[in-house]
Design a protein around this ligand. Structure first.
Ligand code: G3D
Length: 201
């Protein structure tokens, strides 16, 4: 009877946990996106004042539950000296969210370089990739087609992994639900399709 009840309890309440990295250059809006996500998906979460968020130095973490999935986010600092730490987290991640500042044409090449380096990692092969074209509220910002064109030569490295470029305004929440729901769907499907070595052992 105990086994039956504990099995039932686990079936109803136990969550499958997935680690999601939030990467991108400093000032792209990673922390704002994480705060907005926590506010939208956690019932009792009292979010920070989004306009008071300052750039990530080090690591911000956050957890949300979506259905039977628990997503644990690691928002890593994007400054050049911190980018060298990103790959320490790759082996543990089930998905990557890459945030681009759509208003910053000057640093787009730098962002692309960091993106290309990240997707070249064998450890991330097959891991779903959500690219957020953030700050779409700003007039004359780069559109999704503009960003896709600028990043087009990364396509062979992205390969067959699930990849979505999503317009987003982290400050107001536009595009956040769509991005998170897509990621949840992909990580669940991906773990059943191609379990990575660490998930098997
Ligand atoms: P980071 O964690 O990637 O370093 P932050 O980036 O989340 O700290 O955001 C950096 C700046 O961009 C912040 O402004 C923040 O308010 C702004 N920002 C983030 N998302 C959006 C967005 O969707 N639209 C607009 N217009 N601004 C956004 P400050 O002025 O505090 O530097």
């Amino acid at each position: 009877m105990y086994t039956l009840l504990s099995g039932l309890y686990k079936y109803v309440f136990q969550k499958d946990e997935y680690c999601i990295l939030i990467l991108g250059l400093d000032n792209a809006g990673k922390t704002t996106f994480l705060e907005q996500t926590k506010t939208k998906f956690s019932k009792n979460y009292k979010g920070m004042n989004l306009s008071k968020i300052t750039t990530t130095v080090g690591l911000n973490i956050g957890t949300i539950d979506v259905g039977k999935a628990r997503l644990m986010f690691w928002d890593l600092g994007g400054q050049e000296e911190l980018q060298s730490l990103w790959d320490k987290y790759y082996a543990e991640s089930h998905g990557v969210i890459y945030v681009i500042d759509s208003t910053d044409e000057e640093r787009l090449a730098e962002s692309k370089e960091a993106f290309e380096k990240m997707i070249s990692s064998e450890v991330l092969e097959g891991v779903p990739l959500l690219v957020l074209a953030n700050k779409q509220d700003v007039e004359n910002c780069m559109s999704v087609p503009d960003i896709k064109t600028a990043f087009s030569d990364c396509a062979p490295k992205i390969g067959k992994r699930d990849c979505l470029v999503q317009p987003c305004t982290a400050l107001t929440g536009q595009g956040v639900n769509e991005g998170i729901e897509w990621m949840v769907k992909c990580v669940i499907r991906n773990i059943h399709r191609t379990p990575r070595q660490k998930d098997i052992t």
